[in-house]
Design a protein around this ligand. Structure first.
Ligand code: NDP
Ligand code: 1BO
Length: 319
């Protein structure tokens, strides 16, 4: 499997398994065990997905069964928005490690540039938010740097960060973020952000690469465009005797971007893994580039109640 050498010196596999919304425990457990058998070596987790104990059980059972060694897999998790205070980072990470049954993470990310009061999973009122000016990201990052110092995370990074926020972080950070995990697919190609990350040795990971169709209905407007039904993607898939999902996945790997499609279905796990064997050519890449429409499936609007201190403008730093 292709890897990306992170600025920390560690290698991150360019293909992994997403675990958001995988809430049915047996299904997720079996999916992780099956994924390991198929050849998955990168698992994307987060505290807020509320399923790290299940992922951890599956990983540890696979270690005990000698199917894979800890050092052969790459595990990412993410700091939730309620633990941004510098002193809350290590306890949050330790809690994630306990859930996963691991001694260290390969990568720990700040999940969103949004802060909640301690104990808030999802805000129900504006009182649950801490406005950005009251808890600068530089303080959270100092907690992240301590995680590396204590050997709890091999690499650290961010998620949903704009160029402006990466530049801000650069002014005070001792350890540079190794990774920025963002929504990325042919309808949201993030050209400038990709160029900035490439130039600054920040690996990109693409989330929601297939369009995140299983999002809760509250986060899913009607009539959104479907990547998997896109006619251009379908024609390229047909040409290579592949599926649209495989084209969407391989597009990232071919560009040196990590991609973490979620599935708990055995056939789709295999299909997605085998995307790495599809070879897209230059005309395919050009046709896919032409699909840009600056469209986000995950808009971030769930964080922008009036009075929260957060707006779409100050989350994405776009006008
Ligand atoms: P994806 O784009 O990966 O889409 C998941 C959906 O696609 C599920 O409904 C899944 O169903 C279906 N699917 C999977 N494979 C195929 C296939 N081959 N053909 C057709 N349908 C398929 O969405 P996610 O939003 O889950 O993104 C992937 C991962 O990225 C997340 O799980 C999470 O780990 C991470 N993420 C991180 C975010 C962040 O803020 N950092 C935000 C969002 C996601 P089924 O399971 O039934 O196969
Ligand atoms: C709020 C959605 C988080 C997915 O990673």
């Amino acid at each position: 499997m292709k890897t990306y050498k992170l600025s920390s010196g560690y290698e991150m596999p360019l293909f992994g398994l997403g675990t958001w919304k995988a809430v049915q425990e047996d299904e997720l457990y079996n999916a992780v065990r099956e994924a390991i058998t198929i050849g998955y070596r990168h698992f994307d987790c987060a505290k807020i997905y509320a399923n790290e104990a299940v992922v951890g059980k599956a990983l540890n059972d696979a270690f005990r069964a000698n199917e894979v060694k800890r050092e052969e897999i790459f595990v990412t998790s993410k700091l939730w928005n309620d633990s941004h205070a510098q002193g809350d980072v290590i306890p949050a990470l330790q809690s994630t490690l306990r859930d996963l049954g691991l001694d260290y993470l390969d990568l720990y990310l700040i999940h969103w540039p949004v802060c909640f009061k301690k104990g808030t999973e999802f805000p129900t009122s504006t009182d649950d938010f801490i406005p950005p000016e009251n808890l600068p990201i530089s303080q959270t990052w100092q907690g992240m740097e301590k995680a590396v110092g204590q050997g709890l995370a091999k690499s650290i990074g961010v998620s949903n960060f704009s160029i402006k926020k990466l530049k801000e972080l650069d002014k005070t950070s001792k350890i540079k973020p190794a990774n920025n995990q963002v929504e990325l697919h042919p309808y949201l190609q993030q050209k400038e952000l990709s160029e900035y990350c490439n130039a600054n040795n920040i690996a990109l990971t693409a989330y929601s690469p297939l369009g995140s169709m299983d999002r809760p209905s509250s986060l899913k407007p009607e009539n959104e465009p479907s990547l998997l039904e896109d006619a251009v993607i379908a024609r390229i898939a047909q040409k290579h005797n592949a599926t649209p999902a495989q084209v969407l996945i391989k597009w990232h790997i071919q560009r040196g971007v990590a991609v973490i499609p979620k599935s708990t279905n055995f056939n789709r796990l295999k299909e997605n893994h085998d995307a790495q064997f599809v070879g897209l050519d230059e005309p395919d890449m050009k046709k896919i580039a032409s699909l840009e429409r600056n469209f986000r499936y995950l808009t971030g609007s769930f964080f922008t109640q009036p009075g929260s201190g957060y707006t779409l403008e100050n989350i994405w730093d776009e006008v």
